[in-house]
Ligand binder design. Structure first.
Ligand code: PBG
Length: 326
C-alpha cells in the first residue's frame, strides 16, 4: 500500500468537476416531501410567525401553492390540519367535510399526480391537545386506535395516496391497515412515524398547528431521546404491522438513529427535518450569522448521508428553486 507522498487525497478535490465525479451523496428534489398547514376557513394565506416562509392556507387558497410545488418538481406533500372546532375525541379529524378532506380534494383536482400524504394524529383536533383519547388523565392507547383508523380511512376516501400515523400509539399501523383493507384500499400505503421522539424541536410546529398539550407532555407515548435500541424495536413493530415506509423524527439530533435503522432494515426510510430545525436556521440567517443556501444543503445532505431515502422538510421549495437556478 502506497502512502504519502504517492497517496494524496487532495488530488480529487482540486476542481468542482472532480469533486462532483467522486461525490458520494446528493439530495435530489425528488427525495423531498413538503409539509403544508391547512387551516379551516376562507381566503386565508398567513405566514406562521415561528416559521418564516411557511404559511397557513385555507383550502380555497391552496391551488396556486400546489401548482408552484408541482412546477418545482417536488413529488409529494404532507398535510396537517387546523380545524375550526376541537373536542375531547377530535371528531373534526374524521368528518367527511373536515379541513384535510377538503384540502385533499382541492389538491387532487389541481395536480392529480402529486402524492398526497396525510398526517394521522388527533392532537390538532382534540381540546386537550393530546394525540389520543384521555381516560383517567392518561392517553388511552386502545380506545384511540379505532379513531385513528377512522381518520385514516376518511383521508383515503377523500383521495389521499399515503397515510402517515404520527401518534405513537401501539398497534396503530395494524389497525389502520385492517381498516383500509376492509374498505378495498389495499393499494394505499402507510408511512409510519416509527421512531418519533418526545422532542423540544417540535416547538414551532405546535404554535403553527395549535397542538400544544393543555396538560402534561407527550413523554408517555413519544420516545425517550436517549434511546436507540428501542427505536429499532419501534421500527420492527411497525414493519410487522404493515408499514410500507418508516420514519425517524426529528432528523438532525438523531442522525445516528437514522443510520442504525438504515443498517438494520431494508425498507424505504424517511427522516423528518422538523420545525425547530428549520426555524433555527431561519433565525440565524436573519441575523446574518449563517449562509442559508449552503447551510440548508449541508443539513439535507447530512440526513441523506446518515441513510435516509426521503426527507420531509420545510426547506423543500427553497432547495428546488436553487437547483433550478444551477
Ligand atoms: C403531530 C405531529 C407533530 C409533528 C408532526 N406531527 C407534533 C408533535 O408530535 O407534537 C412535528 C412536526 C414538526 O415539528 O415539524 N403529532
Amino acid at each position: 500500500m502506497a502512502g504519502f507522498p504517492q497517496l494524496r487525497l487532495r488530488r480529487l478535490r482540486r476542481t468542482g468537476a472532480l469533486r462532483k465525479l467522486v461525490r458520494e451523496n446528493r439530495v435530489e428534489v425528488g427525495d423531498l416531501i413538503y409539509p403544508l398547514f391547512i387551516i379551516e376557513g376562507k381566503g386565508i394565506k398567513e405566514e406562521i410567525s415561528s416559521m418564516p416562509g411557511v404559511f397557513h392556507f385555507s383550502p380555497d387558497r391552496l391551488s396556486a401553492e400546489i401548482e408552484d410545488i408541482a412546477k418545482l418538481g417536488i413529488p409529494a406533500v404532507l398535510l396537517f390540519g387546523i380545524p375550526e372546532t376541537k373536542d375531547e375525541t377530535g371528531s373534526s379529524a374524521y368528518h367527511p367535510q373536515g379541513v384535510i378532506q377538503q384540502a385533499i380534494r382541492v389538491i387532487k383536482e389541481c395536480v392529480p399526480e402529486l402524492v398526497v400524504i396525510t398526517d394521522v394524529c388527533l392532537c390538532e383536533y382534540t381540546s386537550h391537545g393530546h394525540c389520543g383519547i384521555i381516560t383517567g388523565g392518561e392517553v388511552d392507547n386502545d380506545k384511540t386506535l379505532p379513531l385513528l383508523a377512522k381518520m385514516a380511512l376518511s383521508h383515503v376516501e377523500a383521495g389521499a395516496d399515503i397515510v402517515a400515523p404520527s401518534d405513537m400509539m401501539d398497534g396503530r399501523v395494524k389497525t389502520i391497515r385492517q381498516a383500509l383493507d376492509e374498505k378495498g384500499f389495499q393499494q394505499t400505503a402507510i408511512l409510519s412515524y416509527a421512531a418519533k421522539y418526545a422532542s423540544a424541536f417540535y416547538g414551532p410546529f405546535r404554535e403553527a398547528a395549535a397542538s400544544t398539550p393543555q396538560f402534561g407532555d407527550r413523554r408517555s407515548y413519544q420516545m425517550d431521546p436517549p434511546n436507540v435500541r428501542e427505536a429499532l424495536r419501534e421500527v420492527e413493530q411497525d414493519i410487522n404491522e404493515g408499514a410500507d415506509i418508516i420514519m425517524v423524527k426529528p432528523a438532525l439530533a438523531y442522525l445516528d438513529v437514522i443510520r442504525q435503522v438504515r443498517n438494520t432494515f431494508n425498507y424505504p426510510l424517511a427522516a423528518y427535518n422538523v420545525s425547530g430545525e428549520y426555524s433555527m436556521v431561519k433565525a440565524a440567517v436573519r441575523q446574518g450569522w449563517l449562509d442559508e443556501k449552503q447551510v440548508v444543503q449541508e443539513i439535507l445532505t447530512a440526513i441523506k448521508r446518515a441513510g435516509a431515502d426521503i426527507i420531509l422538510t420545510y426547506h423543500a421549495k427553497d432547495l428546488a428553486r436553487w437547483r433550478k437556478a444551477e
